[in-house]
Ligand binder design. Sequence first.
Ligand code: HEC
Length: 694
Amino acid sequence: MKPKHALFLWAASTAMMAQDWPIYHGGYGNTKHSPLNQITAENAARLQLAWRFDTGEAGKDTEMQSNPLVIGGVMYVTSTKLRVYAVDARTGKQVWRFDPHGKEPSGKFRNRGLNYWTSGGEARLYFAAGPWLYALDAKTGRPAAEFGTQGRIDLREDLDAEAKDLVVTVTTPGVIYKDMLILGSLVSEGMPAAPGHIRAFDVRTGKRRWIFHTIPHPGEYGYKTWPKDGYKYLGGANAWGGLTLDAQRGLVFAPTGSTTYDFYGANRPGDNLFANCLIALDAATGKRKWHFQFVKHDLWDRDLPTAPTLVTVRRGGKIVDAVAQITKSGYVWVFERETGKSLFPFRQVKVAQSDVEGEWTAKTQPLPLKPEPFARQQFTEDLVTNRTPEAHADVLKRLKELRSGPQFMPPSKQGTVIFPGFDGGGEWGGATWDPETGLLYVNANEMAWIMKLVERKSGGPQTGKTLYARNCASCHRDDLKGSPPEFPALTQLAGRKSEAQVREVIAKGAGRMPGFARLQAPAIEAMVRFLMTGEDKEVTGGPAVAGGPNDLKYRLDGYVRFTDPDGYPAVKPPWGTLNALDLNTGKWVWRQPFGEIPALAEKGMKDTGSENYGGSVVTAGGVLFIGATNSDRKFRVFEKRTGKLLWEYTMDAAGNSTPATYMVGGKQYVVMGAGGGKWGNRSGGSFYAFALPE
Ligand code: HEC
């Protein structure tokens, strides 16, 4: 009797699992695969909107990137204004809402979802708002009192670094291993930035259980790839795109980003381990098992943009458990899970050396020989847009003035083309793995951007304007116009913000903006005056800027996308693609343009593909679900073996997030957040759930 009973329980619990989407991206393996098969390639054309839940939080340029969790018929999401909602997954009716803000928040937030943990009668949700990591009771949405102080801990503490005035937050869920929540972090892209150390916290108390220094301390492995005191003043090397867990082996995989400052590394000569690495750690202790560095001494902001995917492949008649990592530059790397050995051949390529004074360039960089990249690799003259003769002539002229070469062309004062651009290639939506077909799906961007270094003026009188030029113009640009919406314009600030709000943003930072608490009050005051009134006063009353190793000579001249005079990409289409790779052979099985620009499609320029953000979900029913495309705002269903389009639905705003699929009341649903807001596209605040009719 006993074994039979146990088997029944096991079957019942796997059936329960199969109905839920209890973990970000469907599981800690980041496969985004679901065993559900009610929606199939045959019936997908009959899908319809089952319900829509509107958070009412859409604002100007806001985004909503949450991958919903669905557990026992309740959907949990984070919203545009960084609140948490519990919603009935069958009807779309709100159950509860949690608001971490005291007052209406004024900043812009990006959050990709929640971690869920349950044991005995307890169930908790974890997410970060600013520096605060919250644990909520999943039933009520109230902070779980025994976690940290009244349900939250301060992520700036226990970091083995002085981070009290720096940005440390989490935007992508981590993983739960036994009774630990393991997290990466988002830190600022400019200086000063906190280090991106990986940490494990006790799920009940919030106490730190282990830490792995992604910027090693003296005596630790990799320390010698930095200047002696670098760990004291450098930051970044953070895993902002989530983590992956192989629970059976007790291995956690952390994909890290570049170290600060992103584009000029004169104060960090060396390879800079463990920036731009996939690091395999012992999940129980945080000890390093292996690592692979994709970019040595990054000068291009080539962060690993997503957590890798656990896959299983055939090699020489053997089954090999592997881990697949996509990159912003457009490559798929596949490593043996336990050893870190690459399953495909790669070589160390000699690369161009920087001619910017003081820079240190790695002599070689690794590039795979197989599989072929999923994005074009070099912006050559034959790739110049043909959209109109005027656009062609303009772009060709500018391209000739810029440096453009293969991967790893260093940034320059002349301006260097980076292609694919800062947002990939691959992005945070990550890859999707289907164990039935052995296919790995990747949606990608193909946009060129321009990296230009300009001198950070030093010396001379300290005024509001010169302080601005030194500290702020790399992101907000000399003319205050920024690169909105990612890096907001600071023109007409007075109408939107109070002086107190501006002072606070400068001192504390926000999102990808560093805080400037190290600048003293008179300096901050002078910048606030300058921004609010245009008045440019000299600073008196104390030294304004410290100098020191972070006082670099060069900075980026803004985050500039390479577009034609009408704002369309400078490069020929496709501007976005959807691709399927056979991981057993390393060959692409299908690849196609993904998305459209409605204004161009109307004029007959169809199938251009478009920039896209957010991932896909593949199912045992034979379909691939995806939103992601920025401009046409469509949710699409494809046949997973061939890439044939089966059904599409136009939403209010782009589905710049990853969908989730689940079963409740005998019905399979697929739900997706339509937050939009990328590059001036419309913002939304709704979740759309689709299902077959009765
Ligand atoms: C590394 C890039 C970077 C640097 C350097 C930077 N900022 Fe920002 N700034 C941002 C980003 C990104 C945002 C949007 C923050 C968010 O997500 O809310 C922002 C937002 C702001 C805002 C709020 C604007 C609004 O409309 O909400 C102000 C004001 C601001 N920055 C001022 C400054 C000043 C002054 C400096 C220099 C002392 C500075 N920034 C340096 C990236 C930067």
